[in-house]
Design a protein around this ligand. Structure first.
Ligand code: HEC
Ligand code: HEC
Ligand code: HEC
Ligand code: HEC
Ligand code: HEC
Length: 175
């Protein structure tokens, strides 16, 4: 075989190996939160440590909840993410998303389960944010995971979540 032919085969093999090895790496690591930190360092920080303030991400870390428990990701989606990342095909900062309450209810049950958690007997005030006259609101109306949460009841009522770690004050805008 000529040297040229050997070189050609070597190049083809390398070109095949890179995607194969990358895919194997992604598949093996996809379920670790630290895998996500490769590209989402800031989000990982809110989950991993308290330096960025008390967030729900960190509270969930303490309960053993990984990134993937809230952001489910398959192999295919992850490969697309990698391609988008290295081709620069994304917005920086990332557009803000909200998750449907079904994601939260996969662990927190239903409104029937979370209403009693903030009953007046427990909190000492009559306003139960899980049981207001606005019906069953999306969790994202009040709870944020990677930044401070805002209790939207405060728009019209005296703040009841003042001075609580992880909660900010209503300032007349959507959180
Ligand atoms: C190789 C870099 C890379 C890795 C690793 C990575 N992401 Fe991403 N992620 C991106 C890019 C780029 C975007 C924006 C474009 C897109 O959605 O493909 C994104 C978007 C997102 C978004 C917002 C949009 C959406 O789809 O909801 C979430 C949430 C997210 N990633 C979570 C994760 C989680 C969880 C992991 C770990 C399992 C992870 N990412 C691993 C690069 C990465
Ligand atoms: C308890 C559920 C939960 C966990 C655990 C979680 N996230 Fe999120 N994530 C959310 C929610 C809800 C949003 C929407 C914005 C918010 O609430 O801060 C979000 C938004 C994002 C976004 C999109 C950009 C944005 O600001 O909307 C990225 C990227 C992301 N998360 C990455 C991660 C990574 C990486 C981890 C693990 C280190 C992680 N998340 C852990 C619930 C979660
Ligand atoms: C994989 C399971 C899981 C998912 C998904 C999940 N949680 Fe949790 N969450 C827990 C566990 C476990 C705890 C600790 C025990 C408890 O309070 O129920 C917790 C605690 C909390 C707390 C109390 C935190 C504190 O500081 O004490 C809030 C608020 C909360 N979750 C909101 C949410 C919201 C909003 C979502 C959706 C974006 C969500 N959770 C998704 C498992 C989960
Ligand atoms: C109208 C605002 C609002 C909405 C909507 C809301 N919450 Fe809450 N939630 C709060 C406030 C305020 C607290 C109490 C914070 C505190 O006192 O520590 C809280 C506390 C919690 C807690 C912790 C309770 C405890 O035992 O301390 C969980 C779990 C929770 N919320 C889950 C959810 C889920 C899941 C959803 C969506 C189905 C949701 N919440 C929707 C405002 C809201
Ligand atoms: C758009 C404004 C507005 C928002 C947002 C709002 N309320 Fe109200 N609420 C009112 C009005 C108006 C009344 C009746 C007048 C009054 O008695 O203050 C009321 C009355 C109440 C009452 C009866 C006792 C009282 O204070 O008068 C409770 C309890 C209550 N709201 C809880 C909540 C909860 C929990 C939330 C968040 C899920 C919420 N409200 C969000 C406007 C609002």
């Amino acid at each position: 075989m000529s040297n040229k032919a050997k070189l050609f085969i070597a190049i083809v093999l390398v070109l095949i190996m890179i995607p194969v090895m990358s895919t194997v790496y992604i598949k093996d690591n996809l379920h670790n939160s630290s895998y996500c930190a490769n590209c989402h360092e800031g989000y990982y920080a809110t989950w991993d440590n308290l330096e960025s303030g008390h967030t729900l991400a960190h509270a969930h870390n303490q309960t053993g909840t990984s990134c993937q428990s809230c952001h489910s990701r398959g192999l295919e989606e992850s490969i697309v993410e990698v391609v988008n990342y290295y081709s620069g095909n994304y917005y920086d900062p990332l557009p803000e998303i909200t998750l449907p309450m079904g994601t939260c209810f996969s662990c927190h049950g239903s409104y029937d389960d979370i209403i009693p958690l903030l009953s007046p007997e427990i909190t000492g005030h009559q306003h139960n944010p899980h049981d207001g006259h606005l019906g069953e609101l999306e969790c994202s109306e009040c709870h944020s995971v990677h930044k401070v949460s805002i209790n939207t009841c405060d728009e019209c009522h005296a703040p009841v979540t003042e001075d609580k770690p992880g909660w900010g004050v209503w300032e007349g805008k959507e959180n």
